[in-house]
Design a protein around this ligand. Structure first.
Ligand code: HMG
Ligand code: MG
Length: 304
């Protein structure tokens, strides 16, 4: 049965936060404009974190002020604390995201506090965001493995996810930060989460380090998930997760979903152009297999 699948494009944030080279605000805005033109409607375009921790996101306020605004277009931003939330509100975000973890060590390295401390901090961020009529998304990182501690118990993931949900997050994005999962471990982790939160409120956020992300999305669809995060051109990585590579490429996810008969509202050829734009701005090739196939003369098969 054909269903609408929500794609949350995280390329402008997750995709670019880890780049070594400077990326101008013009380039970031140019990327968002092309994504919007391709029909992407949920875009994580900014991150209001400490510029000392993640210098690439320093221009976020300016990016948010310059991106296109139309009906049914939703921008979100990472907000680790109230200072970040204030900046996101001033910049006109429709949604903000708090980001916790299922691994203590990762939590310390990424946001400089324990899981418990982070949840206390998020409680006030969520309260103020909801009072200001913003929707709040909750991330849980390291759901299928931690770069420092290895395996993570599915119950640890569902526990943190439930706490974020109970605090008021409308959607919980489950991050395979280091892309180490496979369909079996993904299923086990999701089954634990679905015991406490409906699948319709969960999102899969799979990095593609081991090339398993598409398979993990198929496993997640079978368990009822209908929201996936991805990065155009497969950009991305977390500066505090050594060895993590990019998110699954949005082009590949869209090709998969259209091939399965689902609908995303996204125009694949235009999305591929958006990916080629940012890859060229970064001076390297795309990591999307579909973009490579469809932009070469070898294959002209349309998935639309
Ligand atoms: P801290 O050093 O413990 O915080 O950092 P602090 O409160 O002591 O503040 C230190 C300085 O940062 C102060 O400035 C603050 O004003 C400033 P100073 O007085 O030294 O000049 N500061 C801020 N500046 C701007 N915006 C803010 C802000 N907050 C404090 N919001 C903090 C704690 C959380 C701020 C820091 O650890 C941080 O910014 N971490 C962000 C790390 C990050 O962005 N990681 C990548 C995103 S997570 C990810 O990629 C995973 C995900 O994709 C899912 C997945 O794949 O798993 C979401
Ligand atoms: Mg990520």
């Amino acid at each position: 049965m054909s269903e609408h699948i929500k794609i949350v494009e995280v390329g402008p944030r997750d995709g670019l936060q880890n780049e070594k080279q400077p990326i101008s605000v013009d380039t970031k805005v140019g990327l968002v404009e092309r994504l919007v033109d391709a029909g992407v409607r949920h875009i994580e375009a900014a991150s209001f974190v400490s510029p000392k921790w993640v210098p690439q996101m320093a221009g976020s306020a300016e990016v948010m002020h310059r991106v296109p605004r139309t009906a049914n277009l939703y921008y979100s931003a990472l907000t680790p604390n109230l200072k970040g939330l204030e900046a996101a509100i001033a910049a006109g975000c429709e949604e903000v995201a708090v980001f916790g973890a299922a691994s203590e060590t990762f939590s310390q390295r990424n946001i400089n506090c324990s899981i418990r401390e982070s949840l206390e901090r998020f409680r006030s961020v969520i309260e103020v965001a909801l009072e200001s009529k913003l929707r709040v998304r909750g991330y849980v990182s390291c759901v299928l493995g931690c770069p420092y501690k290895g395996d993570i118990a599915p119950e640890r993931v569902s526990e943190v996810a439930l706490m974020l949900s109970e605090m008021g997050c409308h959607e919980i994005s489950l991050g395979d930060t280091i892309g180490r999962g496979n369909p079996n471990s993904t299923r086990r982790m999701l089954e634990a989460c679905i015991r406490v939160i409906p699948a319709s409120q969960l999102a899969g956020h799979y990095h593609d380090t081991y090339g398993m992300a598409i398979a993990n999305i198929v496993a997640s669809l079978e368990l009822g998930l209908r929201t996936f995060d991805s990065s155009v051109s497969g950009l991305g990585g977390c500066p505090y997760a050594t060895g993590a590579s990019g998110n699954v490429a949005t082009e590949d996810v869209v090709y998969l979903l259209h091939g399965l008969g689902h609908e995303t509202g996204i125009d694949l050829p235009k999305l591929i152009q958006a990916g080629l734009y940012i890859s060229s701005a970064l001076g390297r090739g795309t990591s999307s297999r579909v973009a490579l196939a469809m932009s070469s003369n070898c294959s002209t098969t349309s998935a639309d």
